[in-house]
Design a protein. Structure first.
Lengths: 292, 481
């Protein structure tokens, strides 16, 4: 058979939950097109049950991920960057397909995404020194404040920036020891799935990052109201005040930490600062008497 | 063995309580438009004063005053000048310390030795601490990078505080807010408004510009009006998780910044190698300090099985020496329950504890006829499913559970939706640090309990709320992102 008649072997795009790639338990999928509207794939349309399963996986992974050394978490994130670099052409193609960018622009986006991972990887063993510290209390006590991960974080990833935006919201959450459930861009979910394949083949333990594709109307309310989710990032519903309010109200049921939806999707190419790192940290203060 | 003590009452003549108080808005006491309510001494049920109940229009007037003061005066004042106002306030609090302590004990019911030696000194220290930050804010949050842009105030803060540490909670709210250049409208709890109103006088003595601090008295409705006022930029609340949740819902979809310091059900974990006499002191301090009206109270004692009997025997002996009675008596250890409503809740949950099968014990103690009183109480044979092991009682009631292994202690300690504080008692250093890592709580006291300091951040994990008060971390809530 000559090569020009060879049929492509297409990839099935599935969810990424607990380190595995299941289809939606609902059996639902939806059509994902490229930037020009051409059919690309039937991606899994995650259900409420998928969201709950993902939360369970994230919770299960939390204890051991949080108790790894910061050095180890930094190494693992750096490893993710290495593997992305390795698959650079694949990511460039994925970004072009999703976002309709030129090859040059898509390459820039991928490079920036990799560099951002490297940047956040380095924060793993620095953030404690920057935001924590000893407190000079007026008495014979040792008193130390240190940051700790909040727990399970639900992340509504940006709708427009399918890779750089995704990396920019996921990396700061997990580098400090949180685990997360990510609801991807609805219309541009495929770079996230490719990213999950990188996570699966790096040393990120299963359940640390769980990725759900599909309609936010199915997953977001479940994540916002879930009593075992500790925090939620609403970046992905930028500008949708009504939905943001509804989700914030649900999130209040167990006093989730909420990173509110911005008015518009941020420019991901600018300096990210430490906001996204510190938003999902708790400060723990330990006292002990000093004496002989 | 019983000890007889002669009465040693602190004189209340140092305090001049007015028959009625208005609202402190824009630097003056003004009449409210709403009704008024009485504040009583919970120890005697004597009416101390009539206090105005701020209605929506009053809240609006206070917010407007705060906005004017913010725009025209306070946000423009150099940090070093704001600092000097706060230092002044700290000094006046020290100068009038005994007066404040007596008034606090009268209105709240807490023992004078606590208001005199704990509450009021920490109030003064808190103003001193944050005064010094006012002109150093650009160094406060290194994670944001060093620039003036990162040290801008937020605007007008609406602050609602509880009745358990009335003036101390006021200090925790007002000192960092003012240091950062914000102005405030603060609502004290309806059962304990008097020290906040005396604080308003202190602001006048300090010549604090009008409108920088506004004190509005009232109950839940007043608080709701304040929190939902559209011109409030920042909400700070200390109180129950239930109200905290309602506030989080009320501000949903707005740009208001929020910090919530809510309930707790702290585990106080005692290992078999602990210095048991010290641990017993810590257990007593953990749950009976301030009648157990403490969000971070060590209300669940987790004691290692091998020493459970011994600890319990020591604890009961120690509880038998606690003196319950007149808050103004210098020998009193446990004062009055703050209100009839709170007493009813403590009684209800304690009765439920008994009905669910836990063993209830209190030392013999004579409680005064008038006022609201509850004896120090310990429940044994408590399981994790019992309501007294899950719900915040906010009274002098301790639930005792046991454990065998450190892992079991951690599991039980963390088995709560709350996460405000925890205690650990062991002589083994590595175990302390391991436990401190494992406990999901914002404050961990190891071989001590219920220690507070302006330099030390305080606040919870999970449903105990979010944000920190105290220390460098406490500034973050009052600075623009």
């Amino acid at each position: 058979m000559s090569t020009d008649t060879r049929l492509d072997v297409r990839k099935t795009y599935k969810l990424f939950v607990g380190g595995a790639f299941p289809r939606s338990e609902s059996g639902h999928s939806y059509v994902v097109t490229d930037s020009k509207g051409k059919f690309v794939a039937n991606a899994a349309n995650a259900s409420r049950k998928d969201a709950r399963d993902a939360v369970q996986a994230a919770r299960k992974a939390f204890g051991s991920w949080a108790s790894r050394t910061a050095y180890n978490r930094g190494q693992i994130l750096y490893r993710v960057a290495e593997l992305m670099e390795d698959r650079r052409p694949q990511f460039v193609e994925a970004v072009r397909q999703s976002e309709g960018a030129t090859a040059a622009r898509a390459t820039k986006v991928v490079d920036e995404s990799i560099d951002r991972l490297v940047w956040y990887a380095g924060w793993s063993d620095k953030v404690t020194q920057v935001v924590g510290g000893a407190n000079p209390v007026a008495g014979p006590f040792f008193n130390l404040s240190t940051p700790e991960p909040t727990g399970v974080v639900a992340v509504l990833a940006p709708q427009e920036s399918s890779l750089l935006g995704l990396v920019s919201v996921v990396a700061p959450v997990i580098v400090t020891g949180n685990t997360c459930v990510v609801a991807t861009s609805h219309q541009r979910p495929l770079p996230a799935i490719t990213f999950s394949e990188v996570l699966a083949t790096s040393d990120v333990p299963g359940g640390v990052v769980n990725i759900l594709t599909g309609e936010l109307s199915r997953t977001a309310p479940t994540l916002a109201s879930h009593m075992d989710v500790n925090a939620i990032d609403l970046t992905g519903i930028a500008g949708d005040d009504a939905l943001a309010t509804e989700l914030e109200v649900s999130a209040a049921d167990n006093l989730k930490r909420v990173r509110r939806a911005p008015a518009a999707e941020p420019d991901w190419t600018t300096d990210p600062g430490t906001d996204r790192l510190t938003a999902f940290l708790e400060t723990k203060t330990v006292w002990h008497p000093i004496g002989i | 063995m019983t000890f007889d003590y002669a009465p040693a009452p602190e004189s209340r003549s140092i305090v001049d309580i007015k028959p009625s108080y208005g609202l402190f808005i824009d630097g003056d006491f003004v009449d409210g438009h709403g009704k008024s309510f009485k504040t009583i001494s919970p120890a005697t049920e004597e009416v101390l004063a009539e206090v105005a109940e701020a209605d929506e229009a009053d809240v609006d007037a206070a917010v407007k005053a705060a906005r004017r003061a913010y725009t025209k005066v306070w946000s423009k004042l150099p940090g070093r000048e704001r600092a000097k106002y706060l230092y002044r306030i700290a000094r006046i609090i020290q100068e009038r310390g005994r007066e404040l302590a007596v008034l606090e004990s009268l209105d709240n019911g807490k023992p004078i030795k606590e208001s005199r030696d704990v509450d009021i000194p920490i109030v003064a220290a808190h103003f001193f601490y944050y005064a010094g930050w006012a002109d150093k804010l650009e160094y406060a949050l290194p994670e944001r990078g060093h620039s003036g842009e990162n040290s801008r105030p937020i605007g007008v803060a609406g602050q609602v505080i509880p009745w358990n540490f009335p003036l101390l909670m006021l200090a925790w709210k007002i000192a960092p807010a003012l240091a950062c250049g914000n102005t405030v409208v603060l609502k004290p709890a309806e059962t304990t408004p008097l020290t906040a109103l005396l604080f308003a006088e202190i602001c006048q003595q300090a010549d604090l510009p009008p409108g920088v601090v506004n004190i509005i008295t009232g109950a839940g409705d007043t608080g709701r009006h304040l929190v939902s006022h559209p011109d409030i930029d920042k909400v700070a609340f200390t109180g129950s998780t239930e109200v905290g949740r309602a506030i989080a819902k009320a501000v949903a979809g707005t740009d208001k910044r929020v910090t919530l310091e809510l309930g707790g059900k702290a585990a106080n974990v005692v290992f078999d190698d602990a210095a048991l006499d010290q641990a017993v002191e810590g257990i007593v301090n953990g749950i009976f300090f301030n009648q157990g009206h403490v969000c971070c109270a060590g209300s669940r004692l987790l004691v290692q099985e091998s020493v459970a009997e011994e600890v319990l025997a020591k604890l009961k002996r120690r509880m038998s020496t606690l003196r319950v009675g007149d808050p103004l008596d210098k020998n009193t250890d446990i004062g009055a329950i703050n209100s009839a409503e709170q007493l009813a809740r403590i009684r209800e949950l304690s009765d439920i504890g008994e009905a669910e099968g836990a063993g209830r014990w209190s030392p013999e103690c004579e409680l005064p006829q008038n006022g609201f009183w509850f004896p120090p109480t310990v429940f044994t044979g408590v399981s994790q499913a019992h309501r007294i092991a899950r719900e915040e009682i906010f009274g002098p009631v301790l639930s005792v559970l046991t454990f065998r292994t450190p892992a079991e202690a951690v599991e039980k300690a963390n088995n709560t939706p709350y996460g405000l504080s925890a205690g650990v008692w062991t002589e083994k250093g590595s175990r302390i640090l391991w436990m401190a890592n494992q406990l999901r709580a914002g404050v961990v006291w190891a071989n001590t309990f219920n220690k507070f300091d302006p330099a030390s951040p305080f606040g919870g994990y999970k449903e105990s709320g979010y944000g920190r008060e105290g220390g460098r971390h406490g500034l973050e809530a009052y600075l623009e992102h």
